[in-house]
Design a binder for this molecule. Structure first.
Ligand code: F6P
Length: 539
């Protein structure tokens, strides 16, 4: 079917559904069974979306007409789907098992992927066995990951999400993360650290990101001042570089044997599966890290082979298309009901908005459709005491993803078990009230201010439990969702040109800040602020 006809059919179908309230749609028999889908320990419940089962059929027609199956095949085959940068996007290769193979330019990528994982595994073992020694000969007991964006958010998220899976040998090692350009995190942290036993991981795909290099320089200076040891010895004992640009890391001073590598075909925001995951492996051990990769790989296989109508990432993506493009909902809240998933919203902010926050199609034409919505979130129970008021009674339609594991605390106290039941109960309650509004209770609201209109659509993603495997599958689910939406909108999700102009401009501003002269090319507002900064700074 032709794409325009699919959009028209969807618009007329949405037109007939829009006046219907979710409470009426949800009263239909068999709805949960018809609109919930399972794979790899994940349950995707779409029954609180403002759809009918036939809406999904129409959405799948659009996916077919957009040649989604061909795009999925191209992604996995390593075709240059990142066309503006003329390269493939092969994060899926990073989680392929050792016995698999994937040819790119006549070379099988899988042995290289596993060689790097094995090298990372050796470094993890050295640190866990306290064999990595600092400049005094004492074993390293603290690791600081310096990185930003994709070189920070994935490892931060995974280390927190999987902290229950820390093996005994990892328990003596403290892991910290530093990302902020202004040095505030680092300055605070350095006051508490022992230079003799601290190792810095400089994580940067490009090894040019100023935020990361500025923090790394400060760390290097701190070590030099504390130790009085020659720089090359310090760097070789106290710095590891994780990068796709080995030459640049070498120029900075990190010797080859202290480097872990990955490839330019791994996008920064898709890199936690590569050696960028080094801090994750240090936290949870290599076995658990490999289990996380296996969970993501299982989801990859599902995405690659399952029919569109039962394909979890496709369903999650097409529900987003429905909400954004047919119901005009442009805000998306991510609400995990488990504190271990506290960093999931920040991770998805980058994954979704840096990937699909675009308005020019692959063919250079402006997008005919609205693309990525504004996405934000917070641990659900905390958000209930912060922004849920807007979800319940504000004027903005918002789509929500509730993410919740079912089993937790099997070995812990009864009070902790009850706390998890409390979180589950709140998740169910909020999804219900957002959908049904006042109809969730049998009584009429006594005042207009106590009226809940409901009709806010949500998806519940339920995990049997939060384990390395289900966590890997969950993140792969969102990665592929983003890819599917990019196909429907006709945009390239793997570049980020929008970030570049800000970086260039910041360099220029740095020069201007360092000189006293007025810069003629500047606008009056910037010039006014510059003068104010100079006046305050220099007096
Ligand atoms: O913000 C732009 C960006 O390039 C992200 O895509 C990336 O994750 C981040 O900067 C960090 O880049 P690098 O790993 O090269 O330091």
């Amino acid at each position: 079917m032709n794409i325009d006809i699919c959009w028209q059919a969807l618009e007329s179908h949405a037109g007939s559904l829009k006046p219907q309230h979710l409470k009426d749609l949800m009263a239909q028999p068999g709805r949960f069974e018809g609109l919930s889908f399972r794979h790899e320990g994940l349950l995707l419940d779409l029954s609180r979306q403002r759809i009918l089962p036939e809406s999904l059929e129409r959405l799948m027609e659009l996916a077919q007409a957009s040649e989604l199956p061909r795009w999925i095949a191209s992604l996995f085959a390593g075709e240059p789907v990142n066309d503006t940068e003329k390269r493939p996007a092969l994060h899926t290769a990073l989680r392929m098992p050792r016995n698999a193979s994937l040819e790119l330019g006549g070379e099988d990528l899988v042995p290289g992927v596993h060689a790097n994982l094995d090298r990372m595994s050796e470094m993890v073992a050295q640190l866990h066995l306290r064999q990595w020694r600092g400049y005094t000969g004492e074993p390293i007991d603290t690791v600081v990951n310096i990185g930003v964006g994709g070189s920070d958010l994935g490892p931060v998220m995974a280390c927190r999400a999987l902290s229950d899976f820390q093996p005994v040998q990892a328990q003596g090692l403290k892991i910290h993360f530093v990302s902020s350009m202004d040095g505030s995190q680092l300055a605070e942290l350095l006051d508490q650290l022992n230079p003799a036993t601290t190792l810095f991981i400089v994580s940067s795909k490009s090894f040019t990101t100023i935020d990361t290099l500025a923090n790394a320089e400060t760390a290097r200076r701190w070590l030099a001042e504390a130790s009085g040891i020659a720089d090359d010895i310090l760097v070789s004992r106290h710095f590891v570089a994780v990068t796709a640009s080995p030459k640049k890391a070498q120029e900075w001073g990190v010797p080859e044997h202290n480097q872990l590598h990955f490839w330019d075909w791994t996008g920064g925001r898709y890199s936690m599966w590569s050696t960028i995951g080094f801090p994750i492996a240090l936290k949870i051990g290599m076995d658990n890290f490999r289990a996380m990769l296996a969970g993501a790989h299982a989801l990859d296989d599902h995405f690659r082979t399952a029919p569109l109508g039962g394909n979890l990432p496709v369903l999650l993506a097409m529900i987003g298309i429905w909400n954004i493009n047919l119901l005009d909902i442009h805000a998306h809240a991510i609400l995990p009901y488990d504190g271990r998933l506290a960093h999931l919203p920040a991770y998805l902010e980058q994954l979704e908005m840096e990937s699909n926050g675009k308005s020019v199609r692959r063919d250079g034409q402006p997008s005919a459709h609205r693309t990525c919505p504004v996405l934000w979130g917070e641990v659900g129970p905390n958000a209930q005491h912060a922004f849920y008021q807007l979800l319940h009674q504000g004027t903005e339609p918002v789509m929500c993803d509730f993410v919740v594991p079912v089993r937790r605390y099997s070995q812990q106290s009864e009070t902790l078990k009850r706390q998890h039941q409390l979180a589950l109960a709140n998740c169910l309650a909020q999804a219900r009230v957002l959908a049904l509004g006042d109809a969730a209770l049998d009584t009429e609201p006594p005042t207009p201010w106590q009226h809940y209109s409901g009709n806010q659509p949500s998806t519940v993603i339920m995990l049997e439990e939060l384990s390395p495997r289900t966590f890997g599958a969950l993140i792969a689910l969102y990665e592929h969702k983003v890819f599917v939406q990019s196909v429907i909108w006709g945009i390239n999700p793997f570049d980020q040109w929008g970030v570049e102009l800000g970086k260039k401009m910041a360099n220029r501003m740095l020069e201007v800040l360092g000189s006293a002269a007025a810069d003629e090319g500047l606008d009056a507002s910037t010039e006014g602020l510059l003068q104010e900064i100079r006046r305050l700074r220099d007096n």
